[in-house]
Design a protein around this ligand. Sequence first.
Ligand code: HEC
Length: 162
Amino acid sequence: MFTKAFLLTAALCTTALFLPKAASADNAMDTDALKGKYLIEITGCNDCHTSGYAQSGGLVPEAKWLLGDELGFRGPWGTTYPNNLRTYVSEISEGDWVELARTLKTRPPMPWWALNAMTDGDLLAIYKYIKSLALVESAVPAYVSPGEVPKTPYIQWPVPPK
Ligand code: HEC
């Protein structure tokens, strides 16, 4: 015997089956890439590799993440610029990325030690996430040697304590 409650439940279930899933870019991402996005967000890669991210309190749309920056970091090491990570991963395989990240050592202030300490799983997730972003080329200035004054805006870092 069909009760009203049963019919209502059946109607609700049927509706739920045909309701479109909430449209969001995250839906299309596999679980590894989602984990990679999370890792990128909590390990601060955007702070330097995304133009304006730190200055705006993280209010840069994802479409502009990780394209590098022309804001230089100047110190006794010269002036360094965070590179475009989308281009970077587009040019290497998953295996090469893990190998590179495990042994990476750069000039300051890139926290290469954080990448060195990540598990293979975390590094792969980061690779998959960056790979899932559209490839957008950007002109990141080249490294400037210590004696030269950079032509771009830069942040002056003090000489590190001995
Ligand atoms: C404090 C700023 C800062 C943060 C945070 C940061 N980076 Fe960097 N990163 C740089 C700078 C500057 C360089 C360029 C260093 C150089 O020229 O020697 C760089 C270089 C790199 C390189 C090497 C590029 C090459 O040409 O070999 C990789 C890979 C990289 N960053 C990935 C990351 C990832 C992934 C994160 C997040 C875990 C991250 N970075 C966080 C500033 C930063």
